[in-house]
Ligand binder design. Sequence first.
Ligand SMILES: Nc1nc2c(ncn2[C@@H]2O[C@H](COP(=O)(O)OP(=O)(O)OP(=O)(O)O)[C@@H](O)[C@H]2O)c(=O)[nH]1
Ligand SMILES: [Mg+2]
Length: 315
Amino acid sequence: MPANLPPQYHDAEKRLRQAKSVSERLEALEEMMAIMPKHKGTDKLRADLRTRMAKLNQEAEHRAGTGGRVDPFLVRREGAGQVVLAGLPNSGKSQLIAALTSASTRVAEYPFTTREPLPGMMEFENITIQLVDAPALTFKEARPGVSLLLRRADLALIVVDLSLDSVSHLTQVLDDLEKRRLEVFTGCALAVGTKADLPGTADSFTCLEAECDSRFPVMAVSAVSGQGMEGLRRLIFDSLDILRVYTKTPGQPADMTRPVILSRGGTIEEVAASIHKDFRRRLKYAQVWGSGKFDAQRVPRGYRPQDGDVVEFHT
Ligand SMILES: Nc1nc2c(ncn2[C@@H]2O[C@H](COP(=O)(O)OP(=O)(O)OP(=O)(O)O)[C@@H](O)[C@H]2O)c(=O)[nH]1
Ligand SMILES: [Mg+2]
């Protein structure tokens, strides 16, 4: 054991020993992994952590497959991306989920209504994105579980109540995320000001916008009046940094209903691999409709397509 591990590592290790659920154990392991410095001397330790995480994941999947009790904080990913809501109690997280998905989640005027995560699928044009309703950040019992959820999400959606002091709300949320060592999320997060239908919320939003500045995008919505809700769907899609590519077989029209989801900057080669492992190896070149200089332009395997492109593979 290298002696130069920071004290936080040992705190996480202690939490691992005391953990009662799979998600608590996984969260402690994830944190140990995040804290561990990356160099030759820690190679073995990091590999060991990875193995332990893989084992726990496998165990959880096995339990889910055999109808056993599943840890509610291990939410199976579905759709083109996973977005987890983060906010203080009563900020309107569940109301947003109810408005954007068909999940039946409980909305109520008292705090800590949501005690376990609940996923729902949000439609955006021809794809679906998974939104996960989560307990409030200050709900103590769910603390490790919510950390794990956020750590594994593609995007954190920070929910701020515009009818209250939005700037101090945002500060509390960010402080909490930082305590969980989730600062990384300021890179893949967006903020939503809720309850924009209530009086005085326009000024509150102006302050929130100034506070978010260029750190992350922010918008005002009301799940009650519907204001901003369509825009929010698009902002979520844009913030996921994904694109849709349609594949076609030579001599046939493209299937425009089921796109392949690719992360922004992904290559033709990755699209091929997502269709079939063998395809990547056999791929000689592709033709692209859309972002190419002209239709059916021949492109190499490293070409980076754009959202909406049609790709035809040649092997
Ligand atoms: N006027 C108005 N009220 C809203 C809106 N969204 C939520 N509310 C109200 O705010 C209260 C809290 O909403 P929830 O969606 O349950 O809040 P939450 O963030 O899920 O709360 P917890 O689960 O306790 O963390 C409820 O009384 C909702 O009716 C909105 O857009 N406009
Ligand atoms: Mg709720």
